[in-house]
Design a binder for this molecule. Structure first.
Ligand SMILES: Cc1cc2nc3c(=O)[nH]c(=O)nc-3n(C[C@H](O)[C@H](O)[C@H](O)COP(=O)(O)OP(=O)(O)OC[C@H]3O[C@@H](n4cnc5c(N)ncnc54)[C@H](O)[C@@H]3O)c2cc1C
Ligand code: FES
Length: 260
C-alpha cells in the first residue's frame, strides 16, 4: 500500500459533472481491478480522504486513471486540479473482484458512477479468450454523458441503458438483462444500492453467482473506524457479529453474503 503524494497528470471533463483524473503513482503497480484509493483534498480544513475507485491501472507507466462525479467539496477540489500539482493518495485499498471466479458468459453490470471500476475488470478479463464478456451500462441520460461507453465497446458486447430513454435501452440495467434470452454464468456489478439490490434479486432467482461492489460513506478507508459496516449473512470471526467493513473486507462481496 502506498501512502504518499501523487503527481496530477491530467484532469478532463467528460460530462456535465463527470471528470477523468490521471495520477502518477507507484500504487498502479499494486492495484487489481475493483480496488480503490483514498484521495485527500489539499486543504487543512478537510482531514478525511475521499474513496475513489481505480478505473484503470497502467503499471508500466505508474499511472492511475479515475472517473468521478463532482458532488461536494472534495470532488469539486479534484475537478480543479492542474497538471504538475500533487494530491495525497493512500492505496490501493480493498479486496477487488475475484478474477479467478470468471467463467463462460460473464455479465458485467454497471450503473452511474459505479461504472468506472468495471473497465479495469473488463480489461483484465479480456485477456482470457475462453470468456464471453457482456457489458450492460446504465446512465441517467445522454445529456449527462455516456462516459467510458466507447472504452467498454472495445472489450466486448456492450449495451447501454438510460433512465430517460435518451440512448440505448430505456430503463434500468436489470430491466435490460431480464429482456435478454441469455442466462449469465457469473455477474460482476457496481452501482447504486437500488441497482445492486435488483442485481442480487436477479442472481438469486436465476441461481447465478454474483459479486457486487458496494459503496458506503467512509472516514478512514483502512478498516479502523467501523464507519462503513454493512450487514452480512455470515459472522465476523473477530467480533462474532453479522457485519463487514466495506473498505477492508469489501468493497466486493458475494451477493449471498451481504444484506442489502
Ligand atoms: C469504495 C468506493 C469507491 C468509490 N468510487 C467512486 C468513483 O470511482 N467515482 C466517484 O465519483 N465516486 C466514487 N465514490 C463516491 C465518492 O467517494 C463520493 O462521491 C465522495 O467521497 C464525495 O466527496 P465530496 O467531498 O465531494 O462530497 P461531500 O458530500 O462533501 O463529502 C463529505 C464526506 O462524506 C463522504 N462521502 C460523501 N459521499 C460519499 C459516498 N457516496 N461514498 C463514500 N463517502 C462519501 C466523503 O468522503 C466526505 O468524507 C466511491 C465511494 C466508495 C465507498
Ligand atoms: S471507513 Fe473506516 S472502517 Fe471502513
Amino acid at each position: 500500500m502506498i501512502h504518499k503524494a501523487a503527481e496530477v497528470l491530467s484532469v478532463n471533463r467528460l460530462g456535465e459533472d463527470i471528470f477523468e483524473l490521471r495520477l502518477l503513482s507507484p500504487a498502479a503497480k499494486e492495484a487489481t481491478p475493483g480496488q480503490f484509493v483514498m484521495l485527500f483534498p489539499d486543504s487543512p480544513a478537510y482531514l478525511l480522504g475521499r474513496p475513489v475507485s481505480i478505473c484503470e491501472a497502467l503499471p508500466e507507466k505508474e499511472e492511475l486513471r479515475f472517473i468521478f462525479r463532482r458532488v461536494g467539496f472534495g470532488t469539486a477540489a479534484f475537478s480543479r486540479l492542474s497538471p504538475g500539482t500533487e494530491l495525497f493518495l493512500t492505496g490501493p485499498l480493498g479486496n477487488g473482484f475475484p478474477l479467478k471466479e470468471a467463467r463462460g458468459k460473464v455479465f458485467i453490470l454497471g450503473g452511474g458512477i459505479g461504472i468506472p471500476p468495471l473497465f479495469g475488470l473488463g480489461k483484465e478479463l479480456k485477456k482470457d479468450d475462453s470468456l464471453s464478456l457482456n457489458f450492460i451500462l446504465g446512465y441517467r441520460s445522454k445529456a449527462e454523458g455516456l462516459f467510458l461507453s466507447e472504452d467498454f465497446s472495445s472489450l466486448g458486447d456492450c449495451r447501454l441503458t438510460t433512465d430517460d430513454g435518451s440512448e440505448g435501452f430505456p430503463g434500468t440495467v436489470t430491466d435490460c438483462i431480464r429482456s435478454l434470452d441469455i442466462i449469465p454464468d457469473i455477474i460482476f456489478s457496481c452501482g447504486p444500492l437500488p441497482m445492486l439490490r435488483a442485481v442480487k434479486q436477479y442472481a438469486a432467482e436465476h441461481g447465478v453467482k454474483a459479486y457486487l461492489s458496494l459503496e458506503e460513506k467512509m472516514a478512514c478507508g483502512v478498516g479502523a473506524c467501523l464507519g462503513c459496516v454493512v450487514k452480512t449473512t455470515g459472522t465476523d470471526p473477530h467480533s462474532g457479529v453479522h457485519n463487514a467493513r466495506v473498505c477492508a473486507e469489501g468493497p466486493v462481496f458475494d451477493s449471498e453474503m451481504v444484506v442489502l
